[in-house]
Design a protein around this ligand. Structure first.
Ligand code: GAL
Length: 508
């Protein structure tokens, strides 16, 4: 990647040029969601995500009764019983300076007013998820600084279950992998200022053939709430194809979750087959998968990053605060080693486009491909859920996950999903309007060849989302490199094969 590279052997031949932000050094900065949703009267755990040299001192004004901020900057307590918006003035200081920001606490039924940031066990651990894995991951989320940049959810996927439910129908966790159940895991995750997700399925069995939630919605929702669960990913294996039936099954679980005294996010996972963007918000879904599972490949095959991005991009109209298209987890750090993303075994009976090959092995994404993957997901306001061993993250993995300017694009409170505005010569040009009147623009080279192009900012910024008032001149910042490119009308890009660039433009 690189902007303006005059020489023929310039940066486009090297790896992606991405600044590495140190969350534990320098003056303080505030990150993460600027709008936070919580249901009336329910528990709130919200870290005021802040980076900088420690110790950091937090001050917050405008907190409603029942909530306080602890020494680590985590807002804790019970949300007001009345719906309404509270404006929290947040300030954080260290020996090198002070930063201010405003966080809007929106008490009401809408959760995830910005896309959820976090981690999910599936791609890396598959059926081997355990209490130890979850606690280790939560601790790594803090140690790597991810929490301080706004990551919060630690989600247990399939296979947490005991072989069967208790006699009274209550859900039980696997006796060896979760020896003390889910509750102490939730407690530890909450102590760290993080949130715990769990997984079930709108049928009698989950995809991994553990017990599903159908007919047990109330007992399950009550148990999840008692354990301290904050998010439920609800899958759709072994369920009928009808859209009406799916809507009814997700509705039953949505109602059961809302009948508890917790704010539990419902994440709909029926792979986009029944157009969930049309009905999921009405049944309480805050995010919905738009495609089948992602695998560790950049290819155009139905499970490759490019294909998934292309499908998800068409759904831009449906995204907004509290309602997100979910193009599946991030493959940062998997690199072909993920338990569920490295090998794909297809059944004998295949639809026509896939016939002929049953076992696919993926070596994982190249550095440029993984950089493009994160760029596209941030532009699409996608949930960013890593799914690798966080403690084993490489420097590039961390640079890709902890870039505050890229995260701010994903988390922008306007909640607009980028649109594909132009695609000349295999260069996808995407534009995402931001709340402050700026526009994020990304260019992704879908070809294997190095490509140069000149992007006229007005032409991309205005298209698709209506005209942007501008004199034609823009302050331009390279988000990945975290540096200003000065005032310009256009940006020259020089992209390696499968590489991307990402700039934020604000009217000059
Ligand atoms: C799939 C789902 C995956 C994972 C898996 C677990 O249906 O799309 O993300 O949850 O089930 O078995």
């Amino acid at each position: 990647m690189g902007t303006t590279a005059p020489s023929t052997d310039g940066p486009a031949t090297a790896g992606p040029s991405v600044a590495r932000f140190d969350p534990f050094a320098g003056p303080p900065h505030l990150h993460g969601a600027q709008r936070v949703g919580v249901r009336p009267g329910t528990e709130l755990i919200h870290p005021l995500a802040a980076t900088g040299a420690r110790p950091l001192r937090f001050e917050v004004t405008g907190l409603p009764d029942g909530l306080h901020v602890d020494a680590e900057g985590i807002v804790r307590g019970r949300a007001p019983a009345e719906a309404g918006t509270h404006r929290l003035e947040v300030s954080v200081a260290n020996a090198e300076g002070r930063a201010h920001d405003v966080v809007e606490l929106v008490v009401g039924e809408a959760l995830c007013l910005t896309p959820p940031l976090g981690w999910n066990s599936w791609n890396v651990y598959g059926a081997e998820v355990s209490a130890e894995v979850i606690v280790r991951t939560a601790e790594a989320m803090v140690a790597t600084g991810l929490r301080d940049l706004g990551y919060q959810y630690v989600n247990i996927d399939d296979h947490w279950h005991a072989p069967r439910r208790a006699r009274d129908g209550a859900p039980l966790a696997h006796p060896e992998r979760f020896p003390d159940g889910i509750e102490p895991v939730a407690r530890r995750v909450h102590q760290l200022g993080l949130k715990l997700g769990i997984y079930s399925d709108a049928a009698h069995l989950t995809c991994g053939r553990c017990f599903g939630g159908l007919g047990h919605e109330q007992v399950d929702a009550r148990a999840y709430a008692a354990w301290g669960v904050d998010l439920l990913k609800y899958d759709y294996c072994f369920a009928p194809s009808s859209g009406d039936e799916a809507r009814a099954r997700y509705g039953a679980m949505g109602d059961a979750l809302r009948a508890t005294d917790r704010s539990i996010v419902l994440s709909v996972c029926e792979w986009g087959f029944r157009r969930p963007w049309r009905w999921a918000p009405e049944v309480g879904g805050a995010l919905w998968r738009t495609t089948p599972d992602i695998f560790d490949t950049f290819s155009w095959s139905p499970f490759g990053v490019r294909h998934i991005a292309r499908r998800n991009l068409r759904l831009a109209d449906h995204a907004g605060p509290g309602r997100w298209n979910d193009p599946d987890m991030l493959l940062v750090g998997n690199r072909g080693r993920g338990a569920s993303t490295g090998v794909l075994r297809l059944p004998n009976q295949l639809p026509a486009p896939l016939r002929g090959r049953r076992i696919w092995r993926f070596r994982g994404l190249s550095d440029h491909q993984v950089h493009s993957h994160v760029t596209l997901w941030a532009m699409m306001a996608a949930p960013l859920l890593a799914s690798h061993d966080l403690a084993a993250s490489s420097e590039l993995d961390l640079a890709l996950l902890t870039n505050p300017e890229v995260l701010a694009i994903d988390q922008d409170p306007l909640g607009a999903q980028a649109r594909k505005v132009r695609a000349p010569l295999g260069l996808w040009q995407l534009a995402k309007p931001l709340r402050d009147g700026g526009v994020a623009i990304s260019v992704t080279n879908l070809t294997r060849m190095r490509r140069r192009a000149t992007v006229r900012i007005d032409r991309v910024a205005g298209a698709g989302h209506g005209p942007v008032p501008t004199s034609g001149r823009w302050h331009v910042r390279d988000a990945w490199e975290m540096r200003s490119l000065g005032e310009r009308r256009q940006v020259e890009v020089d992209l390696a094969g499968h590489g991307s660039t990402l700039v934020v433009c604000r009217p000059a």
